[in-house]
Ligand binder design. Structure first.
Ligand code: URA
Length: 199
């Protein structure tokens, strides 16, 4: 079931939206006629991708990673052979952060922390096997020292770090291949283990 429609997430979504409406960023939603972005994907995924904050396309659509970065993320998801039920995507901040000049800016630590209790609740409710951290804003709430392509234990889950898709887009849309192959191998091993234990 889609995370935006799933009954399992109905209460959490409601609380999440009312928390977001009380945030200092909320005025941007009114000014841009935009949307608070909860997430997209499955409500029972094995893999959870966590990004930074919505951009203009996401603000208009109300869904994460539907713009240029999203196209690259979709390419990775395809390469990782993840099916629709296998993954979900959220951001550490659900509202577009804009500068005074109406340009996209990274969310501040304070903004990330304001949403942290809800980010944690969503992660617990989703309970993925592995969390793929897309860039520094996402890794900042888990482990600031995690390195590119590294897999670490986190609670009873695992976290994996790759730079944000926008980083690769700024560098000609290349440079992620080896890291995606590392992640692909990790997911392959996990599938093997799962089929052995299920057997
Ligand atoms: N970048 C992000 O981190 N998240 C989005 O949803 C879109 C772009």
């Amino acid at each position: 079931m889609e995370i935006n429609e799933s009954i399992k997430f109905a209460d959490l979504r409601k609380d999440f939206f009312s928390h977001a409406q009380k945030s200092s960023l909320y005025k941007t939603i009114i000014e841009t006629n935009g949307k608070i972005v909860f997430g997209r994907g499955s409500d029972t995924p094995r893999v959870l991708f966590i990004g930074e904050a919505p951009g203009f396309s996401e603000n208009a659509a109300g869904k994460p990673f539907v713009g240029r970065s999203g196209k690259l993320l979709d390419q990775w998801i395809k390469e990782l052979a993840l099916k629709e039920n296998d993954f979900a995507i959220i951001n550490v901040v659900p509202i577009i952060p804009l500068s005074n000049e109406n340009k996209i800016r990274p969310p501040t630590e304070e903004e990330i922390n304001y949403f942290l209790p809800f980010t944690e609740k969503v992660i617990s409710a989703i309970n993925p096997e592995i969390i793929v951290l897309l860039g520094k804003s996402a890794s900042s709430i888990f482990d600031k020292n995690i390195k590119l392509g590294q897999l670490k234990e986190w609670k009873h889950m695992q976290i994996f770090f790759i730079y944000h898709p926008s980083y690769y887009l700024r560098n000609g849309g290349k440079g992620f291949e080896d890291t995606i192959q590392i992640l692909k191998e990790i997911l392959k091993q996990k599938r093997k283990q799962a089929s052995l234990t299920n057997f």
